[in-house]
Design a protein around this ligand. Sequence first.
Ligand SMILES: Cc1cc2nc3c(=O)[nH]c(=O)nc-3n(C[C@H](O)[C@H](O)[C@H](O)COP(=O)(O)OP(=O)(O)OC[C@H]3O[C@@H](n4cnc5c(N)ncnc54)[C@H](O)[C@@H]3O)c2cc1C
Length: 332
Amino acid sequence: MLFPRAVVCTRQLAVAGPRRFASTSPPAGPAKPSNLPYLLLGSGVAGIATYIYLEKNGVGSKKVEEKKQEKSPLDPQNFVDFKLKKIEPYNHNTAKFTFELPENEASLLPVASCVVVKSSDPEALKDAKGRPVIRPYTPISPSDKKGELTFLIKKYDSGKMTVHIHDLKPGDSLSIKGPIPKWPWKMNEFEDVGMIAGGSGITPMYQILNHALTDPSNKTKFKLIFANLTEPDILLREEFDALKKKYPNNFDVIYTLDKPSSDWTGSTGYVSSDLIKKTFSPASAGEKVKIFVCGPPGQLIALAGKKDGMKQGEVGGTLKELGYTEDQVYKF
Ligand SMILES: Cc1cc2nc3c(=O)[nH]c(=O)nc-3n(C[C@H](O)[C@H](O)[C@H](O)COP(=O)(O)OP(=O)(O)OC[C@H]3O[C@@H](n4cnc5c(N)ncnc54)[C@H](O)[C@@H]3O)c2cc1C
C-alpha cells in the first residue's frame, strides 16, 4: 500500500539566551551631544541583518524543525464528526463539500480509498429498520492537503444521504469513518491503465489520476473513458482537460454522452466494445495492463459484471468478451 508523502513543517522558537546588563556607569562630566540615537540606529540595523541571516540559515536563536504528521485525523474504526467549511455548487445537481480537518492536519488517506459517512445526529437519518443510513464517498482532495477534505457529491432527489448532505450548511457537521482501502495504487506497477467511469463514479479515477500523474516518477499511461447523460453532467472536466494538457504523453480522456446536444463533436452513446478496443491496451498485454471501472450498477454489470458484495465477483460483460481477466479488472 502506498502511503502519502505528507510532511508538516513547524517552526519553533528556541529558548532565548541569557539577558545581559550594563555593569559600569558612564563617567560624570559636562553634557555632550548624545551618540545614543546613532548607536541605537546602528545596533538596530545590525540586529535586523543578523536576524535575516539567522532566519535564512536556520541557525542561532531560531531553529527550523521538521515534524512528520504520523496519524490521520480520521479513524478507520470509529465515526468522527467533521465540520463543513464550505459548499461550492458545481452544476445543476452536484456540489463540492469541503470539511475542516483539525489542527491543519492532512487526511493521509491512502490512494485509492474512500470513507463512509453518516449523519452526526443519530436520530436524523435512519433506514426502514431504524439503522443509521451509511454511504461511501471518495475524497477528491489530495491526501496531503492540509486542513481540508473535499468531496464532490451528486444529489438524488429521492436519495437519503445526498439530500441530507446537500441540506447541510457551513458550520454543520457530518460523521466520517475511514479510510476504507480500495485498490492499493503502486507507482509504475502497470504500463497502461484503462479507466471507465459513469457519472459520479468518476471520483476514484480522479483520486488515482491526480495522485499518479503529478508524481514526477510516473511512467504509466492512462486512458479514461467517461460516460455521462449530457455535457453539463461531466464532472471535473476542467481538471481532466488540464491534466491532459499538462501530461499529454501519459493521459488521455474520451467523453461520451447518451444525450448530446447538436453541436457535440465527441463520442456518443453507451461505452461500447469498439470504443474500449480502440482506446485501451488489449487483454493480451497481460499484467502490463489494468482496467478500473466505477459507475452506476447497470453500467458496471454491462461492462464488467456484478460485484459480489464487497468482493470483486467474476469479470463479466463487455470486458469479459474482450478477453480481460480477473487479474486485469478492478471494480470500485
Ligand atoms: C466506493 C464508492 C464511492 C462513492 N463515491 C461517491 C462520490 O465521491 N460522490 C458521489 O456523489 N457518490 C459516490 N458514491 C455513491 C454514494 O455512495 C451513494 O450511493 C449516492 O450518493 C446515493 O446515495 P443516497 O443515499 O442519496 O441515495 P439512495 O437513497 O441510496 O438511492 C436513491 C436513488 O438513487 C439511485 N442511486 C443511488 N446511487 C446511485 C448511483 N451511484 N448511480 C445511479 N443511481 C443511483 C438509487 O437506485 C435510488 O433510486 C460512491 C459509491 C461507492 C460504492
